[in-house]
Design a protein around this ligand. Structure first.
Ligand code: PNS
Length: 162
């Protein structure tokens, strides 16, 4: 059983993330999308909201499971019996930190290998930060996220303004 973890903040999940999830799910038996519980960050959405949102947009992919984790990713991978971590590379600027993370995770858990997917060209500019900033300043971010996620972000922006 080939099991991979796709970890991230997903605040919120973008079309770039969704594209990677589809491609990664097609290469392994099970893909766990894992939302990091990171108390140091001040997120737009709670971890529970992000898990719910990801479940909404990945519900049709049978071999995708959505979880949250805290602590070390290497420990979560051990607990889940996963052999792979999946990450996307958008630009060359991602490379340095991703290499460091992959090597650290391999030292912390030698059963783990990181698989990199090159982000599809049409999403290579995209990040959750882009979505949050565009939405906060009233720009059109409908091309950045799926309709379900768009509704979540619209609601949150309305709540923040009221
Ligand atoms: O979407 P992000 O914010 O780029 O994801 C970063 C993430 C969640 C993959 C990374 O911060 C992580 O794995 N954190 C867990 C803590 C950990 O395992 N650190 C050691 C490896 S660098």
């Amino acid at each position: 059983m080939k099991r991979a973890i796709y970890p991230g903040s997903f605040d919120p999940i973008t079309l770039g993330h969704e594209d990677l999830i589809k491609r990664a799910a097609a290469t392994v038996d099970e893909l766990i999308v894992a939302v990091l519980v990171n108390p140091a960050k001040n997120p737009l959405f709670s971890v529970d909201e992000r898990v719910k949102m990801i479940k909404e947009v990945t519900g049709k992919i049978p071999n995708v499971r959505v979880e949250s984790f805290d602590g070390l990713l290497a420990d979560f991978a051990r607990k889940e019996n996963a052999q792979f971590i999946v990450r996307g590379l958008r630009m060359v600027t991602d490379f340095e930190s991703e290499m460091q993370m992959a090597q650290t995770n391999h030292v912390l858990n030698e059963n783990i290998d990181t698989i990199f997917f090159v982000t599809s060209l049409k999403y290579s500019y995209l990040s959750s930060t882009t979505v949050r900033e565009t939405a906060a300043f009233g720009g059109d971010y409908s091309k950045f996220v799926s309709p379900e996620v768009y509704a979540w972000v619209e609601r949150r922006m309305r709540d923040l303004k009221s």
